[in-house]
Design a protein. Sequence first.
Length: 259
Amino acid sequence: MFAKKSLGQNFLIDQNIIKKIINLVEIKNQNIIEIGPGKGALTKEILKKNPKSLTLIEKDNEFCANLKNEYLNQNKVKIFNKDILKFNFNTIKKKKLIIFGNLPYNISSQILVKIIKLKNWPPNYKDIIFMFQKELSEKIVATFPSKNYGRLSILTNYRLNPVKKFNVSSNCFFPKPKVESSIVHFKPKINFRTKIQNIDCLEKITNFFFSKKRKIIKKNLFKLLDHKKINTISDLNLNLRPENLSPEIYYKITSLYEN
């Protein structure tokens, strides 16, 4: 079985890194989801730790058939032959899930955003451990102000606490990718200083500002809100550019926009 470039497949083959990922959380008696198990290198190690249940979501038909064959007699393993971007997480009724994923580089940010935007909150997961391209991981965990700060860090940090755990060399994969990778551990936030009803609105507003990131915010902000609402945002300088506004200001703009 060869890696498919179209599905962004790079298989993690370094056993030490696999164990390092698995050991970031307690797996025994927990409900686990693995996104894109592929050949099942991570899957084998998860099962050695004796989880309560393991749900595998694999798009590749060939890998899915092999996994079904391998775990035929394992009652705790459930396998979905689905595209994760079209998968309905509501079909998994279990609580306090732990989600693992060595994600395809080409859709990793879309997978993260999908999970951030789940309608029910607090969500039914308690930990997410994802592998991203290193460059993308730096945008996800970026704090304000910094050069990597932007739409993705604003959206992520509204609902999740991301912590970058360690980098993974390209030598740990087959086929070897051209980039380094990083492991990021996320935990969902429960309490919010600014209440946003619909997370889609935050995505829409950050897209709106960052698509014109060289322009000061004044003109675009007045397209969204009236003077009265804008005046309620403390410490707001209308002559700043989008990357100079803190996440809290974006959350406040979104909340006012919704109302």
